[in-house]
Design a protein around this ligand. Structure first.
Ligand SMILES: Nc1ncnc2c1ncn2[C@@H]1O[C@H](COP(=O)(O)OP(=O)(O)OP(=O)(O)O)[C@@H](O)[C@H]1O
Length: 308
């Protein structure tokens, strides 16, 4: 299933939650939506699953090359506000949700057992949900979401409330969905996980797209000039190099290392000897910042504050 989001805008009374976003989401790929609180991720997700409509633009869904209207059976949706019956057991909740989807319990009983086993909930399946930790409830919600095995899976913050072991379980589940050709869209705040998992990402801030594409494409957009990590006398380097015309920025990492970004068009190879004449250089190498650093740096620049 393929989703095309074309120039979509969503406004609430006082705020433009999603502002002219375009995005192509492909089958067999994982698309992540990233951004600080209030960036517009959930608003976009709600439009993707048809809960709300765009004020401008359109969202097209294609299955095997044909344009379709999404129905409840076509997609799995893990909403931001989870809704399970607190007084009922895990098994009752899952059976009830399965019946709502028109699934026969006898057909999916094995699937439920496998999911419970996988998420280490088998021993607790008869306990009421209210006795469960937030993370365990989250796991039950995720199982409920995926039970009917649809082609399109849309998850609003699937990692929230989970410990690292269960985050890994979810990561594996999502990778398997991709391998089986499903289309997966998720919003998340866990950059290290997203970096390992997502094929493409949309970084949003205040409803707008700040950068999108693969991690490399995002790097190229947000950081067109490479960063060099230089081993040297950091204090002296800060003093001597920061005034250089070719140096866009210099940051002290520790007493023996600085990070340098050069101005666009600088012939970097030719510059090293003159920098080394001012302050001896022991070593230098370009570094590839991870998504976490790119994200924080970008949001900081845009808002002057950081939320993660
Ligand atoms: N139903 C609504 N009515 C009015 N404003 C809304 C509504 N839903 C969202 N908003 C506003 O739209 C903006 C985007 O909110 P949204 O929940 O989409 O962000 P988000 O990126 O999902 O944030 P978070 O990471 O905190 O879940 C926010 O300013 C929010 O207050």
């Amino acid at each position: 299933m393929r989703l095309s989001v074309n120039n979509v805008t969503k406004r609430y009374r006082t705020v433009t939650a999603v502002d002219a976003i375009s995005l192509n989401i492909e089958p067999g790929k994982i698309q992540a939506l990233l951004g600080p609180n209030g960036a517009g991720k959930s608003s976009l997700v709600r439009m993707l699953v048809g809960l709300t409509r765009p004020d401008e633009g359109e969202i097209l869904v294609e299955n095997n090359g044909e344009s379709i209207e999404l129905t409840y059976h076509d997609f799995a949706y893990l909403p931001e506000d989870r809704g399970l019956y607190q007084d009922r057991s895990i098994l009752d909740n899952l059976s009830y949700i399965a019946s709502l989807r028109g699934l026969k319990l006898s057909d999916i009983r094995d699937d439920i057992d496998r999911w419970l086993e996988r998420f280490e909930l088998t021993d607790r399946k008869d306990e009421p949900l209210r006795q469960m930790s937030k993370g365990n409830q989250q796991k039950v919600q995720l199982i409920a979401t995926l039970l009917h095995d649809p082609q399109l899976v849309i998850l609003d913050e699937p990692f929230s409330g989970l410990d690292p072991v269960n985050q890994e379980h979810v990561l594996t589940v999502l990778s398997e969905l991709r391998e089986r050709g499903k289309t997966v869209v998720l919003s998340a705040h866990q950059m290290a996980l997203v970096e390992r998992l997502a094929d493409t990402m949309l970084l949003m801030n205040k409803g707008r797209a700040v950068a999108q594409g693969s991690l490399q494409e995002i790097r190229n957009t947000l950081l067109p000039e490479p960063i060099y990590r230089v081993t040297t006398d950091a204090q002296l380097a800060m003093e001597k190099w920061s005034g250089s015309e070719q140096v866009e920025s210099i940051r002290k990492v520790n007493d023996e290392q600085v990070e340098l970004i050069f101005n666009k068009g600088t012939e970097i190879e030719q510059l090293w000897p003159s920098l080394a004449k001012q302050v001896p250089i022991k070593a230098f190498a370009p570094i590839q910042p991870g998504l976490h650093d790119l994200y924080l740096d970008t949001i900081r620049k845009q808002t002057g504050e950081v939320q993660s």
